[in-house]
Design a protein around this ligand. Structure first.
Ligand code: GAL
Length: 371
């Protein structure tokens, strides 16, 4: 609209200037010229304001600026200005960078696992699809149409390989397969080679996480028996399979396990089982990974703490180079358009050595230095 007015005024102005030059003295042309110039100036000013308003309306989310802060729940952009698409994800630190793996979502469907890298945790570079669904072989475990959820990657020092585990549901089978799947790569960003899928020691496996302990041993923590049980199994030395050191942690119908170690204790944050709908988180604590695990309440505090601030736990990230600095990561799912789901990154705080998480509109890593 404004562009049309501006264009019309520009044409009128040009015609009048030319005509006026020819007729020089005609008073009426001088008046018309003045009106045209005035109209042109007004339309320029209005159209600039219109653009500015539009940018303002779309808010800060519209500008993928270089950033040095976390804004939980706001859109996050990669280096190409695309929205970061890495849901149910996990982050590892390797070769002086963080690598964020997560579900690449369309409205609901999935093309595989995306990976992004970052030196500072604020600015992320898109590194591509670390593991793609198989588009040619419909008999493949990971045929397009399958679900690859909650991917996590760990590094195996003995084999020098990066190992990815994820929750796999087979194409066209809803959530019935309930399997864990494994892929491996020599490079952190992949591409990962798909190896196999299974129910660990015969147990159903849905929402999951991996944990590497200080001694280098790794563990798979997963929701089992229709999500009623939470189980753990120690991985083989190469991290490619579960061992039979496998045990039930507790039976409380919990999902979305996120585990971290602080002050020689293990903390496990989980969600209730309500699908994409946010619910109340809980925390369990143990001296030993195989238990006993003691219920320690909801670690989230303040307004909306009972709905995990609208999110669901996915990972706890230890921050490099800072002692006892952990970031709680949750997905704020949008079931109508899963790729539009947002991320909540919040610092874990401690009071009398007990972890808690409170909402922050905006924060940065210096938070951990000022405790
Ligand atoms: C959630 C789970 C998600 C996804 C979803 C499907 O409970 O944590 O990862 O599986 O259910 O409804």
């Amino acid at each position: 609209m404004f562009r049309q007015i501006k264009l019309t005024m520009e044409v009128l102005l040009t015609v009048l200037v030319i005509t006026n030059k020819i007729l020089m003295t005609n008073q009426i042309f001088k008046i018309l010229t003045f009106i045209a110039i005035l109209g042109f100036a007004i339309s320029c000013a209005t159209s600039k304001k219109g653009t500015a308003d539009k940018v303002k309306d779309r808010g800060s989310e519209a500008t993928p600026n270089k950033s040095a802060a976390f804004k939980p729940g706001a859109l996050m952009y990669d280096d190409k200005g695309e929205v970061i698409n890495a849901h149910g994800g996990g982050i590892i630190y390797a070769n002086n960078k963080y690598y964020w793996f997560g579900e690449k979502r369309g409205r609901s469907a999935q093309e595989g696992v995306n990976v992004y890298s970052s030196g500072d945790l604020y600015n992320w570079k898109f590194e591509g699809l670390a593991l793609a669904t198989n588009t040619t072989d419909t008999a493949s475990d990971i045929a397009r149409g399958c679900l690859m959820e909650r991917p996590k990657v760990i590094y195996n020092k003995k084999t020098g390989k990066y190992v990815m585990w994820f929750h796999l549901e087979l194409r066209g089978k809803g959530y019935y397969a309930a399997r864990a799947a494994v892929a491996v790569s020599d490079n952190v960003t992949g591409p990962y080679t798909y190896l196999h899928s299974f129910r660990p020691n015969g147990n159903m496996s849905r929402d999951m996480n991996l944990f590497v302990d200080d001694d280098g041993s790794a563990y798979h923590i997963f929701s089992s028996r229709e999500n009623y049980d939470l189980r753990i199994s120690k991985l083989t030395d190469d991290f490619l399979n579960p061992t039979t050191k496998d045990s039930m942690l507790f039976s409380r119908h919990r999902e979305a396990p996120a585990l971290f170690k602080y002050n020689n204790k293990y903390y496990l944050i989980t969600s209730a089982a309500t699908g994409w709908k946010a619910n109340k988180a809980s925390m369990h604590v143990a001296d030993n990974l195989f238990g006993p695990w003691t219920f320690a309440g909801n670690p989230l505090v303040g307004p909306n703490a009972d709905s995990t601030f609208g999110g669901q736990s996915t990972y706890v990230l230890p921050v490099q180079g800072k002692k006892d600095a952990f970031i709680f990561i949750a997905d704020k799912w949008n079931p109508r358009d899963l790729k539009d789901s947002r991320y909540l990154l919040l610092p874990i705080q401690f009071k009398n050595k007990e972890p808690f998480i409170e909402w922050k509109d905006e924060w940065n890593l210096s938070f951990f230095d000022n405790r």
